[in-house]
Every structure is written in structure tokens, then in C-alpha cells.
Design a protein around this ligand. Sequence first.
Ligand SMILES: Nc1ncnc2c1ncn2[C@@H]1O[C@H](COP(=O)(O)OP(=O)(O)O)[C@@H](O)[C@H]1O
Ligand SMILES: O=P(O)(O)OC[C@H](O)CO
Length: 495
Amino acid sequence: MSTYILALDQGTTSSRAALVDKSGSIRHMAQYEITQYYPEAGWVEHDPMELIATLNQAIQDCLEQANIDAAEIAAIGITNQRETTILWDKETGQPLGRAIVWQSRQSQSICTELKANGHEPLFRDHTGLLLDPYFSGTKVKWLLDHHEGAREKARQGKIMFGTVDTWIIWHLTNGQQHITDRSNASRTLMYNIHTHAWDDELLRLLDVPAQMLPAIRGNADLIGSVQKHPLLIDGTPITGIAGDQQAALFGQACFQSGMAKNTYGTGCFLLMNTGSTAVASQHGLLTSVGWELSGQITYVLEGSIFIAGSAVQWLRDGLKIIQSAEDTNEAAASLPSSEGVYVVPAFVGLGAPYWESEVRGAIFGLTRGSERNHLIRGVLESIAYQTRDVLTAMEADAGITLHTLRVDGGATANPFLMQFQSDILHVPVQRAAQHETTVLGAAYFAGLGAGFWKDRDELAQYWQSSQDYHPQMDDQRRQSLYEGWKRAVHAAMSF
Ligand SMILES: Nc1ncnc2c1ncn2[C@@H]1O[C@H](COP(=O)(O)OP(=O)(O)O)[C@@H](O)[C@H]1O
Ligand SMILES: O=P(O)(O)OC[C@H](O)CO
């Protein structure tokens, strides 16, 4: 009997596998950390083989915990860190070096040159993105430029490109399927969000051969089936894929236009469902595909914040002023305010809505009385302020006012941060009862594709809030705190 959907989430810091049952609950989950490589300043890389090995370990643990046979898996759903770029040899399956991670800046000079040649408006119009090293396109070009003969081999169809979803599917299907989905494709800088195909004009500018690109599918399509996998049964269907932020939006049941979620992990990713309209941002946000279901495209507006929870990790591992991320709650709450201290955590530049890749982090407002807790509080507040920057831009772009923000991700475990977030936005914040909304979203896509669940209405019933935070701060204080943040950001940018 098929009792579970197996959902795989290959993220920036870890690989997870989860078994989700008919009631939409995660029954078992396992997680393995992956190694981060920093070969040069601003570069971040992963070992593609380790991504697969850790996923397999997680699958094995999950099956053991559940004490089930792999035959009980009805279908598989995949979600992944987006934009991260892998090239591999079609014959041997060997990757060309490491995966270039979304945070990595090694293709900055390619972006600068394309911008200098006036190409940014074209990229922006066709892809909904910007010329920033964040996205896959310039990473692919960089890899082809740095591996001798790779471009020619790619032209001959011997080298393949994939984001992490594509790489996982290649492995699950024993090299039978070279496929991505629209949500991942729409983060590559090579996909046209209006024609819904790879864009030849952009491929020419990037000098990327079309032969190396995967086929594109809808999010709950039958993508392929498992072949010769050490843990899974041959023929198990793969019926869902989505980039992790779109999967989290889906897992949060934000199915209606105007609904939004924010995920507080390594970075923060605020996504709003804009329905069938691709809203072109005038305020530094990105337009991407949320999902395609039954041939219907849903678009999203996205604000990508590069540093959020990773600034908390910096307090722990860099400054060593906390033992664990949880310590930040008590430290911040012990003060009546940050007393004018602002931390701008622009460690890898600033993403939305500023897109300033050269700016670096700064601390403002220190006095002789400033101490550890001010810094900790400043870091947590910076997460909330950056979210307000993005939400303000989003409301202006979409022409709507948000009534509630659904939240998920590791840092939502911090009550101080969640209350401050609600205060600074002046919007209620609802923490999802199922915290693992990303993996859940992948399961939902796969389950819809496999007929495990009937429709989105059924899934919407499973959503619950575990905690609601309501705004308590008076308008004047909110305004003056936020104005201080804006001054701090602009001072950092002009440094
Ligand atoms: N109680 C907490 N307060 C603040 N930040 C936290 C807390 N718990 C975890 N975090 C932060 O959340 C992040 C982990 O969240 P997670 O959703 O697992 O991220 P990712 O999916 O990006 O790996 C870490 O950067 C960590 O510093
Ligand atoms: O793996 P996460 O959760 O840090 O998400 C990474 C994003 O997909 C990058 O765009």
C-alpha cells in the first residue's frame, strides 16, 4: 500500500528527506549537514557528489525511522536551493568541479561587463531578474570560460547544465532524465518568463549553448521514475519539483493572489503570490514563476535578502558572543531597546531591494555603554528591518496592503524577533504549525501530481498557525526606529 510521499529538500546548509502522510503531516524526517567550501573571498561552493550522498543518507534514515518498505512510497517530490549551478559530463556523470552556490560572487565581472554594455534592461524584461552573480546564467558562463574545451563539448551535447533539482533527478533516474521545472528555470537568467522557454537572445549574450540545458516541466508533472537507486524501488514516480522558496510558499498554502510568506533561514526570502500576472517590479524586487499546475502559471514577486540567520551564526561562530542561536532571544529581550545601535549585515553585499554587491557590513550608533546585548539585538532587528524594506517595495509594486505575513524557517523560533517583526511591519505575523514548509511544499506538488491529494482546497485545510504575533508598537516609535535603519543602510552604502 502506498502510504507516504517522500519529499527531498537539498538546501544550502543541509539535505533533508521527509515522509508525509495523507493528512499532510510530516511523519518522519532526517537531515544531514553539507560541507561549505570558501576557496576565495566571496566564493561559496558545494561538492555535487556530497549533495547526493547526504540526500541518500537522509532517505535511508527516514525509511529506518518509519520502519517501512520503500514500496510504501507513492511518489517523490524534490525541492532545492535555487540558482546553484552544476555542470557535468553526460557520458561519465562526473561534475566539472564543484557546484557554484547561489551566494557565490565569482561571476561578478561578467555581470559588470554585461551591464556596461547596456544589457541589463533586456535581461530584466525577459527574465524578471537582474544582472547579479546570484543567478545561474553568469555562473554557467564562468564555468564554461574556466574549463578548457567545455564550451565546445557543451555544443556537442556532451556537457550538461543543471540546478540542484536537475542534478538530483539525473541521479534518481540513473541518467535517464535531464529535467528542471519552471520555478527553478525562472531563476537562471536564461529563461523567458513571458514565452516560458529558454531565451536564445540571452543565451547568445551569455555564450551558453542551448544543447546543455534541461527540458522544462510543470511542478506536478510526471517527471520520470526511479531507476537503479540503492534505496528506492524502480519505477517509483517523481511527480513534483520546485525551487525551495516557491515550495515554501506552496507549503504555506499561499494559493491566492496577494498571499505572502517569509522564510527566515540563512537568508530571508519574502514571496508574494501575484496570480496569473507577472508584476514587473519598479522597486528592486524579482519576478519569477511560482509554479505551473495543470498548464496554468502562477507568478510571484520576490524579495531576496542574502543575510539573515547567517548573521546569528556570525555572532556564534565569528564573534563567539553566544553559545547557540537560541541565546539571542533572551539577550535581545533583556534590553528596552537597541539604544540607537544598528547592525547592517551586508557581508556579501545587499540583495533586494538595494542590489549593491560591493557594500559591506557596518555597525552604527555605538557608545561607551554599548555591549554584547546591543549587538545581538541589532542583528535580530536588522532581519526585521530588511524584511520591512522588501515588504514596502512589494506592496508598492503589487498595489496592495498585506493583512498577514505567514512565516517559517529556523529563526522563526525566536519570539523576540517575531514580535519585533510584527511591530516594525505593523502587520500580524503567523508562524506555521508545520515549520518545515519547504519540504511540505515539495510533498504537496508530488502528491497532487500522483493523485495522493485531490486539490489545493484539500491542502489549504491542513494549514495551521502555531503562534500569532500582533503589532504592539506605537506609530511614532516604529517610524523613528525605521528611519534610523534607513540612515544606517545609506551610510553603509556610501562608505
Ligand atoms: N532561535 C533562533 N534565533 C535566531 N536565529 C535562529 C534561531 N534558530 C535558528 N536560527 C537561524 O536560522 C538559520 C537556520 O534555519 P534553516 O531554516 O534551517 O536555514 P536554511 O534552510 O537556510 O539552512 C541559521 O542561520 C540560524 O542561525
Ligand atoms: O537553501 P536555502 O533555504 O538557504 O534557500 C536558498 C535559496 O533558494 C536561494 O535563492
